[in-house]
Design a protein around this ligand. Structure first.
Ligand code: ADP
Ligand code: MG
Length: 346
């Protein structure tokens, strides 16, 4: 269909997709020039539309290299990568990157641009009108919980690290890309800010349903954030690729087990809502100790331990629907991981 766009290299369908799309990597290898061994070797994976996949592994194992081949900041030596069925090698690199949100630890805001100018950059490149860009910037600042009246005209150095990181996320979301690549995005922030950014981002993702690759070296972060986790070793070798619950319940090998570290049972409890446990009758003798059914079993166990109560009442919308004790917490933990929440969500 020849038209005026015929010589603008390639138009990608990604421009018109805003929910998630699938990402397929097939036998992808990267051998950096002058190196004897590849940084990534024969990497294959399929990521479902709207899925948040965590790459977790030690420094130098190839996480960043693998991720950067998806938006072609790094060119693969061999293999194929398809987004929404399009071979990324057939697309123009700059055009491709305008439809893939990218967030990195160093944030990379332009210091001489205001926050609004930073966030509006890709939409401007895509030729949006001034008023449409301005409206989008305002909407995104609100999305990441920064007051536009306060922050739009500031410069990056006038923001805290956590605030800058929120701007980084807003900028990546600006053109509503179907795919997001996030490389240790919250790694430079203090633990409390980090937890808040993680929680905020999960709430956001529940609405936007992007297809996301999220790199971290922190297994706790992987468990907290991921629909599925790929545990990687040297040369980006996939040691296990599964839901957090199933990896915690049955690590594939010693390498994965060592990555999980101590406390696998407690980590699993944090993933299971109290409503998954079989409840006994409510306990009229313990009217003060209650927990909402949406709270995790780990929180339920906390209450049991801290109060010393034999059982804790479980509430739904404030009404007691039953009670739970330690035996019931343990019994739920021993159920096959397939019964657990993360699996139902995927
Ligand atoms: P990670 O993100 O897991 O820390 P990287 O993908 O950055 O790992 O690096 C994987 C391997 O590739 C490392 O051994 C690293 O030293 C090497 N590497 C990364 N970038 C380059 C490059 N531009 N040239 C040569 N080697 C590189
Ligand atoms: Mg890296």
């Amino acid at each position: 269909m020849p038209n005026s766009e015929a010589n603008t290299v390639v138009r990608t369908d990604l421009a018109s997709v805003h929910g998630g799309v699938d990402i397929v990597l097939e036998n992808v290898t990267k051998l950096y020039q002058g190196q004897s061994a590849p940084a990534v070797e024969d990497f294959s994976m399929r990521i479902e539309p709207g899925e948040l996949v965590m790459f977790v592994g030690p420094s130098g194992c190839g996480k960043t290299t693998t991720m950067k081949m998806v938006n072609r900041i790094i060119e693969p030596t061999s293999g194929a990568i398809r987004i929404n069925g399009d071979d990324v090698m057939s697309l123009d690199g700059n055009e491709l990157r305008r439809h893939i949100g990218y967030v990195i630890q160093q944030i990379g805001l332009f210091p001489h641009f205001t926050i609004a100018e930073n966030i509006g950059m890709v939409p401007r490149l895509l030729g949006w009108s001034k008023s449409k860009v301005a409206a989008r910037v305002e909407e995104l600042l609100e999305t990441v919980q920064l007051d536009p009246g306060v922050f739009a005209n500031r410069y990056p150095r006038q923001l805290s690290g956590g605030q800058q990181q929120r701007v980084g996320v807003a900028r990546a979301l600006a053109a509503d890309p179907p795919v997001m690549l996030m490389d240790e995005p919250f790694g430079a922030t203090d633990p409390i800010t980090r937890e808040r950014l993680q929680a905020e981002f999960l709430r956001l993702q529940a609405d936007i349903g992007k297809t996301i690759i999220f790199v971290t070296h922190d297994f706790e972060e992987a468990i907290r954030m991921g629909d599925r986790i790929a545990v990687l070793s040297e040369r980006s070798r996939i040691e296990q690729f599964d839901t957090p619950a199933r990896i915690l319940a049955s690590p594939a090998n010693e390498y994965v087990r060592s990555f999980i570290g101590e406390g696998a049972a407690l980590k699993r409890l944090a993933l299971i809502p109290t409503s998954d446990a079989s409840l006994s009758l409510g306990d009229p003798a313990a009217p003060e100790t209650t927990i909402d059914e949406k709270s995790s079993l780990r929180e339920a166990l906390d209450v049991l331990i801290l109060t010393g109560a034999a059982r804790v009442n479980v509430t739904r919308d404030g009404t007691v629907i039953g009670s739970i004790d330690q035996a019931s917490v343990s019994a739920t933990l021993r159920l096959p991981a397939t019964a657990q929440r993360r699996d139902q969500e995927v």
